[in-house]
Every structure is written in C-alpha cells, then in structure tokens.
Design a binder for this molecule. Structure first.
Ligand SMILES: Cc1cc2nc3c(=O)[nH]c(=O)nc-3n(C[C@H](O)[C@H](O)[C@H](O)COP(=O)(O)OP(=O)(O)OC[C@H]3O[C@@H](n4cnc5c(N)ncnc54)[C@H](O)[C@@H]3O)c2cc1C
Length: 583
C-alpha cells in the first residue's frame, strides 16, 4: 500500500476541506452558537474542555483530527492491512480471536485521541458533525475497510444517546467512549434481510419486569465484540404478535455476555471483520425508548447516518483502488513506456479520478443535508417539545426530506462506483492484480460488500425514487433545492442540458402506467438524477476554487457531463419505450 498521510496528500479531499465545503453553516448547525464552549467557561466541565469557541477554532480542530488520522491511517494501518487480511479471524467455542496487528492498529487510533468520533463531548466523545465523521470514515476506509468498521462500531452509541433514556445513556455511553464496551447492531435474521418488517426474534416481558429475548440474528458485525472488549448489541425484536409487522418491533440493548456467538462467516472479503451468528436464549434486554418504535422510528432514524457511514467507507475503498492503480500504472513498463501513457489505461485512470471527485461531492453534500437537520432535531427532541411540534420545524422538515433523498443516493452511487473503480484498478494491474501480491486484490474483495450491506443498491433505489418523483414536482423539495443551488454559480450549458434530460426522464417515468414496469425502471431514473446532481455539485465546487485547481476541475467536469449524457441517453430510451404517452 502507498504509505503517506491519507488526508494531507489527497488533493481532492484537501480541496474539499479547504476551499469547497461551506463550514460556517455546518458549524452553526452543530455547535449551536458554541453552547458547549460557553458551558465550559461557566462550569469547567472537563468533558467540554476541547469544545471550540468560534469558527476558526472549530475548523482547526477538524483539520487537526483529520490530519492526525490521515497520518495514522497511511503510516500505521495501511502497512499492516495485507498482513491482517491474510491472517484473518479465528473462531473457537464462541470466542473470536483477532490478529495481533489489528489490535495494535486499533490502539494507535485510540492513543492518537481519534476515538470515539461519533459520540457527544459530554459523554466522552469527540463531538463532531456528520461531515467530519464521514471524512474520517473515508480516510480509515482507504487504509483498511475492516478496521474502519471496528472503529465505527463503538460509535453506535449515537443510537443510545439519541433514543434511550438519560439513565441508560449515562450508564453505557461513557463506557463506549472509554473503550470498555463496543457496539453491534442486530437487525438481520436468516429469513429476514431486506424485509426487516418481518423480523421474528421475540421479546417478552416477564413477571419480574425484565424483557427476555429469544431468536437468532445473522450477519452481525462485531456481535462478538472486539478483542477483549464486549459489545452491547442493539437488537431489533418483536414485542407484538408474529404478524404485527413493522409496528410490532422494538429495540433492545443486550449485553454481549448474555448471548452466544454460534459462528462467524467465512467471507469473500473483510477478513478481519467478524460477521457473527448470534443466538439469544431468553437473553435479558433493556428496552430502548418506546415499545413498537424499534424499526419505524429508531432504526429508520439512524438510517441516514448509517448509509452515510457506508458511503464514506466506499469512498475510502474507491480512493485506495485509484491511488494504487495510478502508482502501478506509473511504474509498469510495457512497449517501452509506463502503461499510464497508453490511451486505454489513461482513459481508465481519468474515468476513475473524475468519478472519485463526483463521489466525494455527493458524499459531502449528503453529510451536509444530515448535519443541517439532525442536530437541530436532537436538540428539539431533548427539549421536551411534543413530537408533533418538533416535526413542524421548517428547517428540520426541509433538510430531513433532502437527507432522505441524498443519503440513499450517495450510498448507492459511491458503493456501485467503488466497485467499478476497484474492478478497473485490478484490470490496470493485469495478471499481477489477480494475485495476492498486490493490495488491489484485497481492495477488490472488500469493495464487493459495500453495495450489499446497510441496504442493497436495489433497496437504496426504493428509498430514493419517491424523493425524485415527488421532489421534482412543481413545488417539490428537490426542485426548490436545485433552484437554490443553481443560483449560487453560473451553470454551464451542458449542465442545463443534463437538467432538461432529468425533467424528461421524470415525465416519462410518471407516465408509465404499469406498477411493475415502474419498479423495474426506478434505477434508470435515480441514476439520471444522480448524474445531474453530481454534475451540479462539481460545477458548484469549481466555482469555489481558483487558478489551476479550478482549471483541472472544469476539464474533469466537461468529461463527466459527456459520460452523463451517454448514460442518460440509454436510460431515457428505456424510460420512453415503457411510457407510450411520452414517446
Ligand atoms: C459482511 C456483512 C456484514 C453485515 N453486518 C450486519 C450487521 O452488523 N447487522 C445487521 O443487522 N445486518 C448485517 N448484515 C446484513 C445485511 O445488511 C444484509 O445482508 C442486507 O441488508 C441484504 O439482506 P439479505 O442478505 O437477506 O438479502 P435479501 O434481502 O435476501 O436480498 C437478496 C436480493 O434481492 C434483492 N431484493 C430484496 N428485496 C428487494 C426489494 N424489495 N426490492 C428490490 N430488490 C430486493 C436485494 O437487493 C438482493 O439483490 C451484514 C451482511 C454482511 C454480508
């Protein structure tokens, strides 16, 4: 693996951080007038000692964290990624043994003060907006996808902080911050994966008032904990009748010591990420929040941040593939020259680079939409305001709707594209890419899970399509967002042509009468919307850059639009053929 600082040497990432992201609006949304810093000044509560007191401090704090993480990722984790992957996990009698190198790499992150990044300051976390969390996940994901997940698991505490009682949060979250506990999320069962409303693991309340859970969960990442650190397993279980559907499901916190890890999967990739079968046999569980809200409110409420996390991991894996391929192509000589000079290889490298730029624009915009509603929503929820009133808040309504479109869109786009980039990166390595001598083979295997877990691409399309169709209506939220963003820069004629294509695609899709045909073509419409939005965000980025960086991006954007027009032409043909009215 390339060994350098995975933040400071990544020019596109640094350009996003330094020139493109509008940090002030994110800092406003997250820091809420720098309340933590003000409280620290009054109370000297040590947990808030690092809370930034102004925009400059906040930005410096984020940059320092990303720079330190970039250094640890590129110089401590990346060098052992191949070794960890080769050694893998060992399972015996319910216990999972991790490679020594992985334990050391995890410790390096902790010792550098980079964990836990998803927990609030007052409960011992770093206190970071989603945009920074996403960039951190990207940087770790580039070094090693399995380790990135291990680090991310402790941050499941966010669910407890948001939805459990204060007593439960005070009891468990600080232990997750200090590294005494880690987290796992147990939704999937052997017979219910995408179809979560069907989950059948049962929870019953005994005469002693204790909930007891019985059933089997499958594919539970870190259900076994990490090394000697046990997990608290956030478990979806049925408190209603077997046929009570989504509203019969509740969320429980179950201690790792109260379940049995029956096995771990042998997998294509992510060799150091334990995927556990977890058996609950009358296991005690503590109810999180209210009965019946487990799927409809709590799991769904965490969906946007969960999707963002995997989109960011995909971003990291795709970036690793691109940089490894570019390095190899500069060193491998064929026909008397480096293969990077051969047009067919050059074309692949350029395509990868512009898709990486588009993916990052989408990821960061998705994170922005989450930041702009989530923290305000949490503050209102915790203020004691009735739920009905909270839901009427204009800012929350606007940005949550947009996040419900952007997070599945970015998850689908970055994970699919990360696979495509890994595929081409392996191709550029030729026969060497098919051996385990180069990192690209591992990267290719690890990439393959990203468009499956945390909801497959097909399910992301189901989640996105409504946001495109309703959102593009005359008074729709997506249309209003697009108008607002387009007013911030001078759009190119080609971008406006892509927009006109999107309008046509929406009309064609809406006029398809047959429901099944619509479901079959939903991907085509979602893809058209993704190409337009990514193109628009790239143009908006260019408008915030200067000099050579701007020139390079403008050149990249022209080619991106050409790719988009070709893809859209094919999709429009399919949509129009199915929509006789529009033909
Ligand atoms: C390595 C790994 C780690 C995981 N970690 C966790 C974890 O920590 N916690 C957890 O709870 N789960 C976890 N999972 C489970 C993961 O989220 C599921 O595998 C995933 O959601 C898909 O479910 P499934 O495997 O049952 O596939 P299925 O639901 O059986 O889907 C099979 C195919 O049918 C398609 N399909 C199904 N329904 C629809 C539909 N309505 N519309 C369109 N297409 C559809 C899917 O897209 C897919 O192509 C993990 C899985 C893996 C492999």
């Amino acid at each position: 693996m390339i060994q350098n600082n995975y933040f400071s040497t990544n020019t596109d990432l640094v350009a996003q951080f330094s020139d493109i992201i509008n940090w002030n609006e994110i800092i406003d949304a997250f820091e809420d007038n720098f309340t933590d810093a003000q409280e620290y000044a009054k109370t000297r509560n040590e947990a808030l000692a690092y809370a930034p007191g102004n925009y400059e401090d906040a930005l410096e704090y984020y940059r320092t964290l990303l720079d330190s993480l970039g250094e640890v990722a590129g110089t401590t984790i990346a060098p052992v990624a191949a070794e960890m992957d080769k050694e893998g996990l060992k399972y015996s009698n319910g216990k999972v043994v991790f490679p020594e190198a992985m334990t050391r790499a995890y410790k390096a992150i902790q010792e550098a003060g980079l964990q836990p990044y998803g927990i609030s300051r007052r409960r011992g976390g770093l206190g970071l907006p989603c945009t920074v969390q996403a960039l951190m996940m990207e940087v770790m994901g580039r070094a090693d996808a399995a380790l990135a997940i291990a680090v991310g698991c402790a941050n499941l505490a966010e669910t407890i902080e948001r939805f459990a009682s204060k007593e439960m949060s005070d009891k468990y979250v600080p232990q997750m911050s200090s590294g005494k506990l880690t987290g796992a999320m147990a939704l999937t069962e052997p017979n219910y994966g995408s179809d979560l409303p069907g989950v059948q693991t049962k929870a019953e309340k005994g005469a002693d008032g204790v909930w007891r859970i019985t059933g089997t969960k499958r594919f539970i990442t870190h259900g076994c904990g990490f090394t000697d650190t046990p997990s608290v397993i956030l478990t979806l279980a049925r408190t209603g009748t077997p046929t009570s559907g989504a509203r019969g499901l509740s969320f429980f916190l179950v201690k790792g010591e109260d379940v049995h890890v029956a096995s771990i999967e042998k997998k294509l990739g992510l060799h150091c990420s334990p995927t556990c079968e977890v058996v609950y046999d009358n296991s005690p569980g503590e109810l999180i929040g209210e009965e019946g809200q487990g799927l409809v409110r709590y799991a769904m409420g965490m969906m946007n941040t969960a999707r963002l996390s995997i989109a960011a991991q995909s971003m990291g894996i795709g970036t690793a593939a691109f940089y490894e391929a570019r390095k190899y192509a500069s060193e491998r000589i064929q026909f008397g020259k480096p293969i990077e000079k051969i047009p067919a290889v050059k074309k692949m490298l350029e395509h990868m680079e512009r898709e990486i730029a588009a993916m990052r624009c989408l990821l960061i915009e998705a994170a922005r939409t989450v930041d702009l509603y989530l923290w305000r929503l949490e503050r209102l929820e915790h203020s004691g305001m009735p739920d009905r009133e909270v839901r009427k808040d204009e800012t929350v309504r606007k940005w949550e709707k947009l996040a419900n479109y952007f997070t599945p869109l970015s998850k689908y786009y970055t994970s699919e594209m990360c696979n495509k980039i890994a595929y081409d990166a392996l191709q550029i390595h030729g026969g060497a890419g098919y051996t385990e001598d180069y990192d690209v083979a591992r990267i290719y295997r690890d990439a393959r899970i990203t468009n499956i877990y945390e909801g497959t691409t097909q399910l992301q399309v189901v989640a996105t399509i409504g946001g495109v169709v309703a959102g593009m209506a005359p008074a729709g939220h997506l249309r209003a967002y697009i108008d607002e963003e387009l007013s911030k820069f001078q759009a190119s004629a080609t971008l406006l042509r892509v927009k006109a294509n999107l309008e046509e695609a929406v009309v064609a899709f809406k006029s398809i009468a047959d429901g099944e045909a619509k479901d079959m073509l939903a991907f085509e419409l979602v893809e058209v919307s993704a190409r337009f939005i990514a193109g628009m965000l790239m143009e908006r980025s260019a408008a915030r850059q200067k000099g050579a960086a701007q020139e390079t991006r403008l050149d990249q954007i022209k080619k991106y639009h050409v790719d988009s027009l070709a893809i859209i032409a094919a999709n429009l043909t399919k949509l129009k053929m199915a929509a006789p009215v529009a033909v």
